[in-house]
Design a protein around this ligand. Structure first.
Ligand SMILES: [Fe+2]
Length: 314
């Protein structure tokens, strides 16, 4: 019985690092600058940190180290006014189609992103987004720093004509559609930050699952965090591994058993769609798919160094 308290402590500690979709609520008042502007309405569900919202005191979210994770929900016809940040911010589309616009000097490039596509919004670039499709958009936003500064609004309807704000600052004729091979400087810049799921190589690990690297070696090479999509077939799992930074699994499809290990004790729990586990630096952890269908998992690692883990099949 001597090690019972350790086991309980491990279980409690791990449970405290799980964010369950069903324990959380969407917050329609996360962004004070949207209040009073029906066209800007969006809801935020916070998992790690406050994301781009000022709600840093929310105790139901996990503490951020190097990145935040939230879900954003937006309905057809709504948009987000063009703004910029001092840091990178990624949008991973989960459902629906999202138009993202980048603005510079009154010119805008708009890209249409579908499920599992991602854009990393560059530092200091004016960006906004809009739902023109027939279904709402669910996306996961990560800001690559624990506590980002508030956004700087460039074309907000409080001081910009509504139609100009909706087009992210482009007058008629000043909007370009995204072209990966375009020669305009803004096209060239955006092309480095747009990731299409269908264009990314699928890497088969010897341990029996797939990775697509969105941010990191092979994807957008960057200096902040690594972002990957994992495809884990039924009955595949890996042995415990440890990182010197935190990481997070956000399940998109299927379900995943995740576990922690400490002094020979183990604790595991199942994550379903839109459940998240954050594992702190130095904590041995592993995953296994016990389901009949494959699991698709959005995976964020707290630095952009080359991969140090060699996954071993469990
Ligand atoms: Fe932003």
């Amino acid at each position: 019985m001597d090690n019972q308290p350790t086991k309980l402590a491990l279980a409690d500690r791990m449970q405290a690092h799980v964010g369950r979709f069903t324990d959380k609520v969407f917050d329609w008042k996360a962004f004070p600058s949207n209040v009073g502007y029906e066209d800007l309405a969006r809801a935020q569900m916070r998992y790690i940190g406050a994301g781009g919202s000022p709600k840093a005191g929310d105790t139901s979210t996990l503490k951020p180290d190097n990145f935040t994770v939230s879900l954003i929900y937006k309905e057809p016809g709504k948009y987000a006014a063009c703004h910029s940040h001092e840091i990178e911010e990624s949008f991973l589309i989960i459902d629906g189609a999202l138009i993202v616009g980048w603005e510079r000097d009154g010119e805008v490039v708009e890209v249409n992103l579908g499920p599992k596509d991602m854009i990393l919004n560059a530092r200091d670039i004016g960006h906004g987004f809009r739902v023109d499709g027939v279904e709402p958009v669910m996306m996961s936003i990560s800001v690559d720093v624990g506590k980002p500064l508030p956004p700087v609004y460039l074309y907000h309807p409080k001081d910009t004509a509504p139609e100009l704000a909706r087009s992210f600052g482009a007058e008629p004729g000043k909007t370009m559609h995204f072209d990966r091979n375009g020669t305009h400087p803004l096209q060239k810049q955006m092309a480095q930050y747009v990731v299409r799921h269908s264009e990314l190589p699928t890497i088969w690990e010897d341990a029996g699952f797939t990775r697509k690297v969105y941010v990191g070696k092979g994807g957008i090479e960057h200096d902040t965090c690594r972002k990957e999509m994992l495809g884990i077939p039924s009955r595949v799992g890996v042995k415990p591994f440890t990182r010197d930074v935190e990481d997070a699994f956000l399940v998109l499809e299927g379900s995943l058993i995740v576990g922690w290990e400490e002094n020979g004790e183990k604790f595991e729990t199942e994550l379903g769609p839109r459940d998240l586990l954050k594992t702190p630096a130095g904590q041995p952890h592993w995953f296994r798919n016990n389901g009949a269908s494959h699991a698709t998992v959005w995976y964020i690692v707290g630095n952009a160094e080359a991969e140090t883990v060699k996954y071993e099949k469990a």
